[in-house]
Ligand binder design. Structure first.
Ligand SMILES: [Ca+2]
Length: 173
């Protein structure tokens, strides 16, 4: 686990492939050349696979922005959707439904207490949902600049901004 990039804005990167228990998810690296990182895939042939789980150490209590790097592999249909639960509470967001192939998807803000926190990937479809990594940050801006691309797999501020704007109407030039 990478912990504590940036001294006063706690942020934590959790690679999906570092989860303690993959459940029914499988480690895949088909896109590793593009991604710079392997990921977990829910290859369930249409039946949701068992949850993947891990425990991470949260350095300090607070409100954390949640980002999940996921792939929407058929952007018209979002077949590979999954949820993320933190300490037993699933976020409202369906990940893998961004309409934008691999991207960082914004999951909102969650209060997390210092100490061990459980993260669970909950497959919704059984149709190859893919999760590369999860990023938790207390920063109001995205303090990813301190992370090498190889660590976080092409994290770009523009992607995050796009993710947050996705519900707004597109402005035609
Ligand atoms: Ca990864």
């Amino acid at each position: 686990m990478e912990i504590g990039h940036g001294a006063h804005q706690a942020s934590i990167l959790i690679e999906a492939e570092d989860f303690d228990d993959f459940g029914g998810w499988v480690l895949d690296s088909q896109f590793e050349a593009v991604m710079a990182s392997p990921y977990l895939m829910a290859h369930g042939l249409g039946r949701p696979v068992a949850d993947a789980k891990t425990v991470v150490r949260i350095p300090e209590t607070g409100q954390y922005h949640v980002l999940v790097r996921a792939k929407d592999w058929v952007p018209d249909h979002h077949p590979g959707r999954f949820k993320l639960a933190i300490n037993g509470i699933a976020l409202a967001e369906d990940f893998g439904a961004s309409g934008r192939d691999w991207s960082w998807e914004y999951g909102g803000v969650v209060e997390i207490a210092e100490g061990d926190a459980q993260l669970v990937l909950i497959d919704q479809t059984g149709f190859n949902g893919r999760c590369d990594a999860i990023y938790l940050s207390k920063g109001a801006t995205w303090p990813a600049a301190g992370l090498a691309d190889t660590e976080i797999g092409c994290f770009h501020l523009s992607e995050v901004h796009n993710a947050k704007k996705e519900v707004q109407p597109r402005v035609q030039a």
